[in-house]
Design a protein. Structure first.
Length: 286
């Protein structure tokens, strides 16, 4: 055990030496590749090394674009570490790789990683994940939302559930910063929700409609009509009505009820009324 402690201390000392070389070089840090690679290796090292590696990797990330993939892989290992201090330090510093960068794809990758961490049962971890997500969203809103929706449209149901919950609560709570001054960001969110609604459960449908209803663009006649059209797609108005099918009845009534809310803002109920008159009413007993 004593030997392990000594090895850990030596590893930490070497890590600090590499850090000092890079820090002293300032804008010429990129000339010291070996030192940065030693920091990347520290992500696989002792507990003491890993506690420092996350913040060191992100601090000098911008100087080594050729090592970006290796650096992100190292950070992925650290955010999944069993040691809570290692995880939390890395989660906190993860957005740093996006700061001052013109590469929007970095925000997408960081948001994608943070989204995968949303299902955590650790309240402290979750608070840090949401804080870091808020940071990258403010750096590049659309690129970061793309990362979130990559996971929502993915195959992990647990991540999808938590990510949709995040969009409907934490993301929308930032709409006065992210959306109202930047309507193009809101339109991007609208289109992402539309993609999600192509294949949703009943509960997810309700959540998505709730999100669309809170967007400023949905309150204009054109925006309201777009929402009605999205709901109409979900209602399957091109299919024949089956009065013996409880699911068919429930789907039509639920969608019609939600569509009417947007008709108050200028959307047209015509397609629902046409379906009601030509498909539903004729099946009712005289």
């Amino acid at each position: 055990e004593k030997n392990l402690i000594m090895a850990d201390m030596e590893g930490v000392d070497e890590l600090y030496k590499s850090y000092s070389v890079l820090a002293d070089a300032k804008e010429k840090a990129g000339e010291h590749l070996d030192e940065y690679k030693s920091i990347l290796e520290a992500a696989k090292g002792s507990t003491g090394q890993k506690k420092l590696a996350g913040s060191f990797i992100t601090r000098f990330f911008k100087f080594f674009p050729a090592e970006a993939d290796s650096a992100i892989d190292a950070l992925l290992d650290l955010v999944e570490d069993d040691n809570s201090q290692i995880r939390r330090t890395t989660i906190k510093h993860l957005p740093d790789i996006c700061k001052g960068s013109s590469d929007a794809a970095l925000c997408t990758r960081v948001a994608d990683v943070l989204t995968q961490l949303l299902p955590t049962d650790d309240a402290t971890d979750l608070a840090l994940v949401k804080s870091s997500m808020a940071t990258v969203l403010q750096i590049n809103t659309q690129a970061s939302m793309a990362g979130v929706f990559n996971q929502i449209l993915g195959e992990d149901e647990g991540v999808r559930e938590k990510a949709l919950e995040y969009v409907s609560t934490a993301l929308l709570s930032m709409r006065h910063k992210l959306f109202i001054p930047h309507p193009e960001n809101e339109l991007f969110l609208f289109e992402q929700i539309r993609k999600v609604m192509a294949d949703v459960t009943g509960e997810e449908f309700e959540l998505c409609v709730e999100v669309l209803g809170k967007l400023q663009c949905s309150s204009s006649p054109d925006g309201a009509q777009k929402v009605v059209d999205v709901i109409a797609d979900q209602a399957e108005l091109t299919a024949s009505f089956k009065p013996e099918d409880v699911e068919s009845i429930d789907r039509f009534t639920t969608c019609f009820k939600h569509a009417l809310k947007f008709c108050k803002h200028g959307g047209s109920p015509r397609q629902f009324l046409h379906y009601l008159c030509t498909q539903v009413l004729p099946t009712l007993p005289p």
